[in-house]
Design a protein around this ligand. Structure first.
Ligand SMILES: O=P(O)(O)OC[C@@]1(O)O[C@H](CO)[C@@H](O)[C@@H]1O
Length: 316
């Protein structure tokens, strides 16, 4: 229906209220994250490589678990982030079934070393939900620039309201504005910096109709060659969320041990990584017996949102 009334009438978004509510109900978590991040920025220049890596891993995990906050998953009920997103990271590590964060780090560090003045390191985030998840993605993006691991970050949102809480251009700009005008010093500092990044053009927001069409990503080169060509300019594509994972892997009932590379079915515009909590019954790249073992004690493991993957593929 949303596609049929495109462009939306007066920017009407039936999910707008729910998305705003998720943001406001996650307020304390947003404050905790912004405060942590602004403190980190104070001495980011003095961090050695190991410390930078640790901080990147933390913020990647915050962004991963931020994917639990999804209104389609909670059937419209409260899906906000209540506790500090940083506190529980350590205890959640066993729930990351595939953890390729080291590979991600190597890629970013090597891209930086090869970087010359002429070739910027570009990082792309294919966004998922607005609300707390989006804030966690923006903090990650800010870290990449502030640590100089990347020179520009491109965000890809939805051109029409989609899958309940998915981020549109309006949600993106609204979120930056909310932070900017917040009463909390560190929240507003984040918002001001982010507005500045957009103005300077080191953050770029894009949307493309392809993201709301029913195609697997393996057909992108054919169906949306312009988008595919744009993604080829990136050093690393970060795909957020469950639905993007389903589209990456063709939403098939794969054996758990099938390599991620194979399930991508020749979709390789650039090195890519999926940050996703499991909410649907598709998962690949597990170790032999890993899925079966969890299944035996937790029949709902693939759809509960309790488990996650940070799954990387570099082959071109
Ligand atoms: O992509 P997200 O936001 O992580 O998850 C979206 C999603 O949970 O919504 C559907 C349920 O309505 C799932 O099948 C689907 O994957």
């Amino acid at each position: 229906l949303q596609r049929r009334i495109h462009p939306p009438i007066d920017n009407f978004d039936v999910f707008k209220e729910g998305k705003a509510q998720n943001f406001f109900e996650s307020q304390e978590a947003v404050i905790a994250l912004c405060t942590y991040f602004q403190e980190l920025l104070k001495n980011i220049k003095d961090l050695d490589e190991k410390q930078l890596q640790e901080e990147l891993f933390k913020l990647l995990q915050v962004s991963l678990w931020g994917n639990k906050c999804d209104l389609s998953f909670s059937a419209g009920e409260d899906s906000s982030q209540k506790s500090s997103p940083l506190q529980s990271l350590e205890s959640l590590i066993p729930y990351i079934l595939v953890n390729d964060t080291e590979k991600l780090w190597s890629l970013l560090v090597n891209a930086k070393k090869r970087n010359t003045e002429k070739s910027n390191v570009r990082f792309d985030i294919i966004l998922d939900n607005a609300g707390f998840e989006l804030v966690s993605d923006l903090v990650l993006a800010d870290f990449l620039l502030s640590s100089k691991l990347a020179d520009e970050v491109h965000f890809h949102g939805k051109s029409i309201p989609w899958y309940v809480s998915d981020t549109t251009k309006h949600d993106f700009n609204w979120t930056v504005k909310q932070l900017q005008s917040a009463n909390h010093m560190w929240m507003s500092r984040c918002g001001i910096n982010w507005e500045g990044n957009l103005k300077k053009g080191v953050w770029v927001y894009h949307d493309h109709m392809f993201w709301t069409l029913p195609h697997d990503f393996s057909s992108m080169a054919e169906v949306a060659p312009d988008l595919y060509a744009d993604l080829q300019k990136s050093n690393l594509l970060l795909f957020k969320g469950d639905l993007n994972y389903r589209k990456l892997t063709g939403d098939r009932k794969w054996e758990y041990t099938v390599p991620f590379h194979q399930a991508l079915n020749k979709f390789h515009p650039a090195p890519l990584c999926s940050l996703r909590t499991l909410k649907s019954d598709t998962v690949v790249g597990l170790k032999p017996g890993q899925g079966e073992q969890i299944q035996a004690s937790e029949p709902e493991w693939m759809v509960s949102g309790k488990y996650g993957v940070v799954q990387f593929d570099a082959a071109l």
